[in-house]
Design a protein around this ligand. Structure first.
Ligand code: ATP
Ligand code: MG
Length: 137
């Protein structure tokens, strides 16, 4: 069993979609083992997405992630990292497979409702960025 870091992004929390998105995770066999609602500063969003610092959309991405509260969560399950990315769908909702979270809820390639870690190393790093050991059982 594996754990991954998921974020329900501002476009989704502001449209009251947290429950519908969580239902998709649970239906896919992912268990929500930690979860909290936080408001990131632009600097905190920038630190989290620093791998994209040189990309043209970086500033817009950081502004967006700090524009309203997000729900950060740890999902657990068999192949949780890959399974979560499958349930999320492609980054651009126009390319996302039917039934995926981004196909159903995302508004654009930037405002695309969810984040999911992309590898075991980044999952461990990203979980530690948002959650203390005491919050993880
Ligand atoms: P995430 O890391 O959020 O799970 P991802 O792995 O599918 O998404 P990345 O390439 O890591 O996609 O991009 C990180 C985030 O940056 C995207 O989810 C999206 O919000 C934003 N982004 C990516 N490409 C663009 C773009 N061309 N224009 C605007 N925003 C973008
Ligand atoms: Mg990514």
């Amino acid at each position: 069993t594996e754990r991954t870091l998921s974020i329900i992004k501002p476009d989704a929390t502001s449209r009251n979609l947290t429950g519908k998105i969580n239902a998709k995770f649970e239906e896919a066999g992912l268990r929500i083992v930690a979860q909290k609602r936080i408001l990131l500063t632009k600097a905190q969003a920038g630190e989290f997405y620093k791998v994209h610092a040189e990309r043209p959309f970086y500033d817009e991405l950081c502004e967006f992630m700090a524009s309203a509260p997000v729900v950060v969560q740890v999902l657990e399950g068999e192949n949780a990292i890959a399974k979560n990315r499958e349930v999320m769908g492609a980054t651009n909702p126009a390319d996302a497979a039917e039934g995926t979270i981004r196909a159903e809820f995302a508004q654009s390639v930037g405002e695309n409702s969810v984040h999911g870690s992309d590898a075991p190393e980044t999952a461990a790093e990203e979980i530690a960025y948002y959650f203390s050991g005491l919050e993880l059982v």
